[in-house]
Design a protein around this ligand. Structure first.
Ligand SMILES: *Cc1c(COP(=O)(O)O)cnc(C)c1O
Length: 345
């Protein structure tokens, strides 16, 4: 097949910033080691690529949610250091996990039995300490199937680590009780926000995701976390608008003066959702307000502040996560994980 022509949309990934964020979170984890959550395709940035970069920075333990996500990391990291958070829902999952050599996170007594029946081997165990999502209830920890497991990481997940909530200390107490009840090689409680809660929450292994990729879930992390993802989109057409002409679906913008407009190769299919329509793209620092609605593959900007910008020129898409999230009412997680695949063409 012929070579692909250059794209009109791209995602610049600052691997230096990604590595620096991991090192900062590892240092903040104190005597614990920081791992890395690379689920949801590396929070939208490309799982294999970010896993390789994080491994080069020093990360050893990785976490994904799905079995398909584990398969995608083969060759990028040591499979024995990969945990699959959803665990074995079916016998096929357990067989697949054994074949791949990864560790399932056991979330229930039936999952524990299923893993043992498949032949068992090293696994992790999730205990639910109050989020009421996946994980065994503390009372289930006494089950003989749990006692028969070969547990590497005993873990739990915080519900409100990004807030100053009484639930944090309650979950910490319950997790300590679980650690006393079940033998395991290592213990792990904190996600990105949990790392900022202090040394009590760090145990042996922390599991940051969001903050690796530039998200700032708690004020303590501000100034320590660098922006990693910088999307850019090209102007694909320049057009002159006359007063009275409208732009885009439903004609929500009408020019009140002659206006030079740029049609940009970026749309909601790329994760640039309509809630971002009040914002601007940038050309060499100049803010170019959006005109009309965001379409699937295009947005239109006012080029008045960049008279020299023309077809083929790249525009910067603001992606400072805390700022972009608060501007459009989405979580920083949603902004990352909805980034479309076309950005990585
Ligand atoms: C997603 C996830 C993490 C990472 O959380 P962040 O808030 O992104 O740091 C850690 N642990 C578990 C169990 C998760 O599901």
């Amino acid at each position: 097949m012929a070579d692909l022509p250059p794209p009109s949309l791209r995602l610049n990934l600052d691997e230096g910033a990604l590595a620096a964020n991991w090192r900062a979170l590892d240092a903040l984890s104190g005597t614990a080691r920081a791992g890395a959550a690379v689920k949801a395709d590396g929070y939208g940035l490309g799982a294999a690529r970010v896993a390789r970069a994080l491994k080069a920075a020093g990360a050893q333990d990785f976490f994904v949610a799905h079995w398909s996500e584990a398969a995608e990391l083969e060759g990028a990291i040591d499979m024995r250091r990969l945990s699959v958070l959803h665990g074995p829902l079916r016998a096929e999952d357990a067989a697949f996990g054994r074949a791949l050599g990864v560790r399932p996170v056991i979330n229930s007594v039936p999952q524990a039995r299923r893993w043992l029946e498949s032949g068992g081997g090293p696994c992790d165990l999730m205990v639910d300490t109050g989020i009421n999502r996946l994980g065994l209830a503390p009372a289930d920890l006494r089950d003989p199937a749990v006692a028969a497991l070969e547990i590497d990481v005993l873990m739990s997940h915080l519900a409100s680590a990004d807030e100053d909530s009484a639930l944090n200390a309650l979950q910490l107490d319950r997790f300590r009780a679980a650690c006393a009840a079940v033998p395991a090689r290592r213990h792990s409680l904190a996600n990105s926000a949990g790392i900022a809660l202090g040394a009590d929450y760090a145990f042996d292994l922390t599991r940051p995701g969001l903050a690796l990729y530039g998200g700032v879930p708690r004020p303590e992390l501000a100034g320590r976390i660098r922006q990693v993802a910088r999307p850019q989109a090209a102007i694909v057409q320049v057009r002159m608008l006359s007063p009275g002409e409208s732009v885009g679906y439903n004609a929500t913008f009408t020019a009140d003066r002659p206006l030079r407009a740029g049609v940009v190769s970026l749309g909601y299919a790329d994760g640039f959702l309509r809630c971002r329509g009040q914002g601007a793209l940038h050309h060499q620092g100049a803010a170019l307000p959006l005109l009309g609605k965001v379409s699937m593959d295009m947005v239109v900007v006012d080029l008045s502040a960049a008279p020299q910008a023309g077809e083929g020129d790249w525009l910067d898409v603001p992606f400072d996560l805390p700022g972009a999230a608060s501007a459009c009412g989405l979580s920083q997680y949603e902004l990352l994980t909805t980034l479309g695949r076309r950005l990585r063409a």
